[in-house]
Design a protein around this ligand. Sequence first.
Ligand code: CTP
Length: 472
Amino acid sequence: MKFPEALENPIFKIIGRLADRSGVQAYVIGGFVRDYFLQRPCTDIDVVVAGSGIELAEKLAKALQTRVTVFKTFGTAMVQAGGMEIELVGARKESYRPDSRKPEVQAGSLEDDQLRRDFTINAMAFGLNADNFAVLVDPFGGMQDLDDLIIRTPCDPDTTFSDDPLRMIRAIRFATQLGFDIDPDTFDAIVRNRERIRIVSQERITTELNKIMRSPVPSMGWELLDQTGLLEWVFLKLSRLQGVERRGKHAHKDNFYHTLKVLDNVALESDNLWLRWAALLHDIAKPQTKAYDPKQGWTFHGHEVLGSKMVPAIFRELKLPLNEKMKYVQKLVFLHLRPIALVEETVTDSAVRRLLFDAGKDIEDLMLLCRADITSGIESKVRRYLRNFALVRDKMKQIEEKDRIRNFQPPVTGEMIMEHYHIPPCREVGMIKERIKEAILEGEIENDFQQAWQLMVKTGDAILNRTSLENQ
Ligand code: CTP
């Protein structure tokens, strides 16, 4: 079968002509072919050459008057052209991965190369030479598996996974991204080989975890990780959320499945990766804070505080960034109960102002997370929560319009206080500012310069008088 419309970009003809002239066969292979059939955009092109990939890359760079980057140890070369990244490699008999621990590989035919790739849907190729331009070469039934929505390894899955154990997580990642099933033999091999994941670097694992997290229904990936037994190896703390304990009439929810539901709820509304991580981690400290009270049943007091404290160690372990993204996740985990607490209590203006102040620019994300966290099975309870939740939202809107707390800037600054009292930076300046902020949050005064100035003078006189008395 021929698919010329897949290779409309003139670059493919150029590569084909150069290959013809050099007397080698060249194919575009892997993700590009798969994504063409899935109608997904793809700017990474992998070209496999029955011969030297580096030589063909050098000729291509010359023809396009661009540069080539050569990775000699791996026998690969990269050329950038027309917004595309083209990687050229010689066909191999051994494991495909360029970062495999034994990179000395034997040259092989196209079929050898296809056989050692991860999945049938990633092992299809289009010919580039004149005699087979755009012809699909698919010896392992990748097209069929695309039609049947199946992830399957081209050769014995134990071999595929021992060549590169990361592929076990990749199988789950592709299944999650594409909504495919994992073929039962492939699945069983993951279960058998799961422990081998420990030899894979955390960076490579986390790249796949983030792709799972960005998928339309990310819970699918975490459930598959759990069902294959990989979860314990890649994220033990998450697997510890599993289980339901009962005492008398009291049972708590299974926090693993609850967490996954919250994650999916968030994913429906937002593609913010870090909000999704916050959803995954919002209850992470529940096992450590769990207690039983004969009257109240199961409690998890302080799990939001402990959970937010656990975030840095988790980010370090998973090699996630230790920057403002982590701080954002910490903040959301820390605050995730606050909006719902407002719903349960009678909502006072000052409580709403404090929430706006603490959440700041992330208030919308926090509200989304909190709303996603309402997963009770009891319908009347959910309805009541959602109704009250809407009330909190309305109130928040009114108060924000009036008081502008969200991006709170002190109406009277430290400099103004120092200038007024002719004092240097000192503890008292902080105390005066804090008093003004508190008065605004409590609703004693409005977020307004005149009122804040009056309070500043009153407070400042009192505090500075007191301290000057103390100093005598
Ligand atoms: N590959 C493999 N084993 C791996 C990684 C990759 O066999 N552990 C092969 C697959 O044939 C894959 C190709 O290398 O299609 C390119 O890999 P990569 O760029 O990582 O992934 P893509 O398949 O392009 O998918 P995505 O862009 O979604 O990561």
